[in-house]
Design a protein around this ligand. Structure first.
Ligand code: SER
Length: 579
């Protein structure tokens, strides 16, 4: 059974069981506590906590309410935790996750029975054994799940018990729903993880019982295909066979890394990620540059990169339409990164070889390779390991911190780009005039953020922002529509602060002190150890990389043009400034 049949079979099965099928969400999640989507449950997080309602809240991917407490999806997922393991039989960065979810619709009995029926009856597989949560100091043993397995004919000896490490899942990020799991093993492989979201873990690690228990299951398509197709590695399944064949390299491990990394990169690019030195862009860069170096090391065809990109697109485009839609850009991004790094690589490798002779590469040296030749830190680490050279991560990071003025928002000059003079991911400007407009809107956005807190309370939390010369767009966690009168008040406050012509001041501070001082920080961003805090009079205080106007009077008149839902539990405001 090929992978596409598995996808269909899974979705059909859960449709028949009354589930609404929801498309995969983007690899770039709404959830700001994680960089990339790592699990199917992520787009449903607010339903478990009661922050969103499946029958009334507009769902981001679907564009309307889910319409059911029970849903199923095939989710594009990406995990960086296993990146160094890629190359063995079963580890991947990108993978597809089949999952069924319930937010108070059903619980353990149905979840386990559905899984059993799908594996044993639909796919005709034999379950070797299952595992259940054995209990610990905070959470009791899951006897109920064990009983349900027994009722389905699984023998007591085949119901293994395990602790937190193995049979407890979540939360994703620093807080969220989590709970005990039960896992299904077929042919020695863990294929299905069924999570019972009974708890909410707060950022201080305290567990609180959720009022409605939820179900979250995840089954990796690649592993399932391996078991169903009777292969001994995921790379022999139809999902990888054509790629591996195209790569055609003797070293098996290298072939697998290239296949995994290029596949993951194509999906990241299709979802809008671009190589950079921060966040998701850095993960993409790591994949691409590691692959470029390996290809060079093994003297593979320079055209390989493009060929692999095209092969991935060809294989997946009928199911993931975004690959077909963005085909041209995907190939362009691949080639651009190859060109950028490819030309520096040779010289960089020579430098590296010279340094390696001393068996120690210090912080300054590694930073030099990173800075001047574009070697991602992890790639240097890998190269040092191969050569048996001493290499210290701390030293590298110390050096990096020294050079890293306000890293994230620091103006990134676009390489050979489209005349862009600034693109921080948050602010975009193409010329001097646009830069001025963006700057005014940027300061206005800080005022808006504070005014939102004033009117809606401190539960609101920034989720993202995007500023072009035309408008600012600000996303924040909030659970209902903002009323017209509230929007009016917010607008009035901002305009009042503009009228007051408040000065904007910058203070350089240690990150820790800045956070202690109560400056707002948008926690999706990773801040360097030393940060700039921008204050607007004594009205607003935020960690930021600028640029900002000198006095609020320069902003002009502030106007909110739209308020809408951006995804479950997240609102979006658009606003403009007029001279
Ligand atoms: N969230 C769980 C996992 O990723 C089950 O979907 O394994």
């Amino acid at each position: 059974m090929i992978s596409q049949e598995l996808r269909n079979k899974f979705l059909d099965f859960f449709k028949k069981k009354g589930h609404v099928i929801v498309p995969s969400s983007s690899l770039l999640p709404d959830d700001p506590s994680v960089l990339l989507t790592t699990a199917g449950m992520q787009q449903f997080k607010p339903y478990y906590t009661g922050d969103a309602d499946p029958l009334t809240s507009i769902h981001g991917t679907l564009g309307k309410p889910l319409g059911s407490k029970n849903v199923a999806s095939i989710q594009k997922s990406f995990r960086t935790s296993d990146i160094n393991e890629v190359g063995d039989e079963s580890h991947l960065t990108f993978f597809e996750m089949l999952g069924n979810f319930s937010f108070g619709g059903y619980f353990k009995k149905e979840a386990i029975e559905y899984a059993y029926e799908f594996i044993v009856k639909e796919l005709g597989l034999k379950i070797d054994y299952v595992s259940v949560f054995g209990g610990d100091r905070d959470v009791p043993e899951d006897k109920e799940s064990a009983e349900i397995w027994k009722s389905l004919g699984i023998k007591e000896k085949d119901i293994h018990k395990a602790g937190r490490e193995d049979n407890f899942w979540g939360p994703t990020g620093n807080q969220g729903p989590c709970g005990p799991t039960t896992e299904i093993y077929v042919k020695g492989v863990e294929i299905w993880n069924i999570v019972f979201n009974e708890h909410f873990q707060h950022s201080n690690k305290k567990l609180e019982k959720l009022s409605i228990p939820g179900v979250d299951t995840g089954m990796g398509l690649e592993r399932l295909a391996m078991v169903v197709q009777g292969k001994s590695t995921i790379f022999e399944t139809d999902l990888f066979a054509s790629l591996i064949e195209k790569i055609n390299v003797e070293d098996v491990r290298v072939g697998r890394i290239l296949a995994d990394h290029l596949r993951g990169a194509v999906f990241l690019i299709a979802d809008g990620v671009r190589p950079s030195n921060v966040e998701a862009g850095y993960i993409l860069r790591r994949l691409l540059r590691r692959a470029i170096r390996l290809a060079k090391l093994h003297k593979l065809d320079v055209k390989l990169y493009e060929m692999l990109g095209e092969e991935v697109i060809k294989f997946y485009k009928n199911y993931y339409l975004e690959l077909a839609e963005h085909k041209k850009e995907i190939i362009e991004v691949l080639l651009l990164e190859q060109e950028k790094f490819g030309s520096a690589l040779e010289r960089g490798l020579k430098e590296f070889e010279k340094m390696a002779q001393h068996k120690v590469i210090g912080g300054r040296e590694s930073f030099y390779l990173y800075q001047s030749y574009g070697f991602p830190f992890e790639l240097l680490e890998e190269m040092a390991r191969e050569k048996g050279v001493n290499f210290s991560k701390e030293e590298f990071e110390k050096e990096l911190a020294k050079h890293q003025e306000i890293s994230r928002a620091g103006v990134e000059k676009k390489f050979g780009g489209h005349g862009l003079i600034m693109d921080t991911g948050e602010l975009k400007a193409g010329n001097e005039q646009e830069l001025q407009k963006v700057t005014r809107l940027h300061t206005a956005t800080h005022l808006l953020n504070q005014a939102l807190h004033d009117i809606l309370g401190d539960e609101i939390e920034q989720r993202g922002s995007d500023i072009t010369p035309e408008r600012t767009r600000f996303d924040f966690k909030f659970n209902r529509k903002v009323a017209a009168e509230e929007l009016k008040k917010i607008e009035e406050i901002v305009n009042k602060k503009i009228k007051e012509d408040l000065p904007i001041t910058i203070t350089k501070m240690k990150l820790e002190d800045a956070l202690k001082s109560g400056a707002r920080a948008f926690f999706k961003l990773k801040y360097p150890p030393e940060v700039n805090v921008y204050s607007i009079g004594d009205y607003s205080k935020e960690l930021c990389g600028g640029p900002h106007v000198q006095r609020t009077g320069e902003i002009g008149r502030f106007k909110i043009t739209k308020e809408e839902s951006s995804s479950a539990g997240v609102r979006r405001i658009r606003a403009v400034v007029e001279p």
